[in-house]
Design a protein around this ligand. Structure first.
Ligand code: FAD
Ligand code: NAD
Length: 457
């Protein structure tokens, strides 16, 4: 006999947690099913450990840039211990207890969907059924077809973010967000790092200028960035791994790290048997959802987070969790992704929002763009760093006189990009930006400087 609920949530990463919490708060009977750890990839093997690890080498480097400061020592065992505390020593019993205390049923097992009307799920030795089913199963590291890959025990984000010793040498395959962040971390910790990226520059989805600046800063950190290069084969030799590139060159390393993207986790969920699509209209993997995060033609089936393939960020997973839960609760919300910030926690931070110039042109806009060297335009970089760097760019639609995109490669870019995120989302008239009064001295003043460079007439 199935246990009855108002809603079942499969997968308790940030997307599932937000959806479940909102439904529980509203008094719904909720079952949550998690096969690993409540908190998901983000909490244990992605955002939390990576940002914790990045902070200490970043602060050490920043101390070199602040006048009159001596560089502090970095105590790796202490940083590692703090990282372990931040990932709760890979133990979620408090989270399980927390949800049970709130009245939810927690099932720690892999879930499989076996029926609809009502949605029926098997998890471990239990059968659960509910009117609403929320799929929040996230994504897993993509393993590219490389000869010999499995013979060299490659790391994914999981081994990299829970590392216990700093490797002497590392080759990162892929130079996007994961490759750039791990590249900075390892290089600043003393690892000899190479990044092998098949595209012409790192961070290929961003404005080309952003990729070029990312490349420059990685090189400054000592990373050997190889672009338009692919790893063809890898093999083990005594005590090391040999990486062969498509041009025949070889790199010798201690660890090979895959940073080649992620695939939505849909395997084993039983969705195909029920006819639920697991491919988006553009052919990419992911459960296609409408603007309420509901799966078309499958009423009361919802999907949130990485499994939707919309944008693989924790803040998007959480947003979709809010949209789906509120819609389930009878307060329909429509998801809008125009103002999603994209921050790579490199040094300095790399942040973007909205469209690139090319995307804006492809959308038929009358595109104007501008770029300012923040060190030439502002006082803040100089009060902050003795050897400052910082660049900010804007993309605007001349016809509507609104900002449609922005990017920055600068200290604190991950914070001040939110000014642009709000402007893009709200279609704030550029004239308001031009009449803006930002705090002096701040990086935010850069938006006025860059807006004044836009050729709007
Ligand atoms: C190295 C790295 C760093 C990152 N840093 C950032 C960052 O700084 N900021 C940011 O916004 N994003 C970051 N991301 C992306 C972020 O981690 C993801 O976007 C986020 O975790 C997605 O949340 P989610 O809830 O969709 O899925 P997940 O966090 O993947 O959680 C899904 C959960 O579902 C469970 N599950 C899967 N299948 C089943 C099943 N059949 N039955 C039961 N349970 C199941 C899994 O065990 C997992 O706990 C990073 C990613 C990586 C790899
Ligand atoms: N700070 C953050 O918000 C943050 C941090 C890390 C990851 N993430 C998210 O996690 C997801 C995964 O990130 P990611 O960097 O792993 O993936 P990605 O999909 O962003 O990029 C993968 C990169 O690997 C390259 N690549 C793929 N196969 C290759 C091959 N065989 N040889 C050489 N290069 C190859 C691609 O060209 C691309 O540049 C992304 O959606 C990202 O936004 C976010």
């Amino acid at each position: 006999m199935a246990e009855q609920f108002d809603a079942i949530v499969i997968g308790m990463g940030p997307g599932g947690e937000v959806a479940a919490s909102r439904l529980i708060d509203a008094g719904k009977r909720v079952a949550v099913v998690e096969r690993e750890l409540i908190g998901g990839e983000c909490g244990y093997w992605a955002c939390i450990p990576s940002k914790t690890l990045l902070r200490s080498p970043e602060a050490r480097y920043e101390s070199r840039q602040a006048a009159g400061l001596a560089e502090p020592d970095l105590d790796w065992p202490a940083l590692r211990d703090y990282r372990d505390a931040m990932i709760r020593h890979l133990d979620d019993h408090r989270q399980v207890q927390g949800y049970e205390d709130l009245g939810a049923t927690v099932v720690k097992a892999g879930a499989r969907v076996v029926g609809r009307e009502p949605w029926t799920v098997e998890a471990g030795d239990r059968t659960l059924s509910a009117e609403h089913l929320v799929l929040a199963t996230g994504s897993a590291a993509f393993r590219p077809p490389i000869d010999g890959l499995e013979t060299v025990d490659p790391w994914t984000n999981r081994e990299a973010t829970t590392l216990t010793e700093i490797p002497r040498r590392a080759v990162l395959v892929g130079g996007s967000a994961v490759g750039t962040e791990l590249g900075h971390f390892l290089a600043r910790m003393g690892t000899r790092v190479a990044i092998v990226e098949r595209g012409p520059r790192p961070l290929g989805r961003e404005e080309p200028r952003v990729g070029d600046l990312a490349d420059w800063h990685l090189s400054q950190a000592g990373v050997d960035v190889r672009t338009e290069a692919r790893v063809e084969a890898v093999r083990k030799e005594v005590g090391e791994t040999v990486v062969t590139l498509d041009d025949g060159r070889e790199i010798r390393t201690d660890v090979l790290i895959l940073a080649t993207g992620r695939v939505p986790r849909v395997d084993g969920l039983g969705l195909e048997d029920l006819g639920v699509p697991v491919e988006r209209p553009d052919g990419r993997a992911g459960i296609p959802v409408d603007e309420h995060c509901e799966v078309a033609e499958f009423p009361r089936l919802w999907a949130v987070g990485d499994v939707t393939g919309v944008a693989m960020f924790t803040h998007v997973a959480k947003y979709q969790g809010r949209v789906a839960a509120d819609t389930i609760l009878g307060r329909p919300r429509t998801a809008d992704y125009t103002g999603v910030p994209r921050v790579v926690f490199a040094q300095p931070e790399i942040a973007a929002v909205g469209l690139t110039s090319e995307q804006a042109r492809n959308a038929g806009m009358d595109v104007v763009s501008s770029e300012v060297d923040l060190t030439a335009a502002l006082a803040k970089p100089w009060t902050f760093d003795t050897e400052p760097a910082g660049t900010l760019g804007l993309v605007a639609d001349r016809r509507r006189r609104v900002l449609v995109g922005a990017w920055a490669v600068s200290p604190m870019a991950g914070e001040f990009i939110h000014t642009a995120a709000t402007a893009v989302r709200a279609e704030l008239p550029i004239d308001v930006l031009l009449d803006g009064i930002a705090q002096f001295p701040s990086y935010n003043e850069g938006f006025l400087a860059a807006a004044e460079q836009l050729d709007l007439d």
